[in-house]
Write a protein that binds this ligand. Structure first.
Ligand code: ZN
Ligand code: FE
Length: 257
């Protein structure tokens, strides 16, 4: 399975999954249809599935036009998003599995950014390739999504599920927010040397117009403050040891950053 990253709008990423042997494709969170259609055109591939993580327009905006071009495709989304995702046919809950191109993904229910948000995790196959996590707006490189429809407690729960995955999991998040996220991270975790070096790399990459997605989950665990509610530095920065409170305070500070 090849994963092709398509930029959309000002900072969205759409991910196109291509199974070369069968020449079929699936797309994760099509913000808009045009970049997807032109990529499919180049590949000559047939789109068979849309995997939506949540109902926000910058994640489902391309659904309807893609369905018009490929009437047989299947639209997946979270069960709690019923009525909010255009064309949704499959209503997924935590622990469900979806299949694409001979690979199987596990579904995680990760409410917090929205009350219905899900993530798709393709484990590494033979141990050769890495696992792939499509997490929408739940986990970002260096950050996490805003809490529009959920509580800190829910989000800590959700992020705990993602944090439990192997370090060599690639994190395919839906926005290029990494630089700004790490600028914030440095204000709450300034002594973190992994974070300092990551910031240097990301600042250089962004100045050259390079994408910082996917990142690796191992790096997120060491540098992303929203996965580090149980470390000393962030408990000090938030004057709490209680996970939801540490997380909630960090999120509140980031909202104002
Ligand atoms: Zn969103
Ligand atoms: Fe978004």
């Amino acid at each position: 399975m090849d994963i092709i990253r398509l930029p959309a709008f000002s900072d969205n990423y759409i991910f196109l999954l291509h199974a070369r042997r069968m020449n079929i494709a699936a797309v994760v969170d099509p913000a808009t249809s045009l970049p997807v259609l032109s990529c499919l055109d180049k590949l000559g591939a047939t789109l068979v599935a849309i995997f939506n993580t949540h109902h926000h327009f910058d994640h489902v905006g391309g659904n309807e036009q893609l369905m018009e071009h490929f009437p047989n495709l299947c639209v997946y989304g979270g069960a709690e998003d019923r009525g909010r995702i255009p064309g949704q046919q499959v209503f997924l809950t935590d622990g469900d599995q979806v299949e694409f191109g001979g690979r199987r993904a596990e579904v995680f229910f990760v409410p917090g950014h929205t009350r219905a948000h899900i993530a798709y995790y393709f484990p590494s196959e033979t141990g050769e390739n890495m696992g792939d996590l499509f997490c929408g707006d739940t986990l970002f490189a260096g950050g996490c999504g805003r809490l529009f429809e959920g509580t800190p407690t829910q989000m800590v729960n959700s992020l705990s599920k993602l944090r439990a995955l192997p370090d060599n999991t690639r994190v395919w998040c839906a926005h290029e927010y990494t630089l700004k996220n790490l600028q914030f991270a440095l204000t709450v975790d300034p002594e973190n040397t992994d974070l300092q070096s990551r910031y240097a790399v990301v600042a250089r990459d962004r100045s050259q117009g390079l994408a910082t997605v996917p990142s690796l989950l191992g790096i997120e665990k060491r540098t992303n403050p929203f996965l580090r509610w149980d470390t000393n530095s962030l408990q000090l920065a938030t004057k709490s040891k209680e996970p939801a409170r540490v997380f909630g305070r960090l999120r509140g500070m980031k909202d104002l950053f």
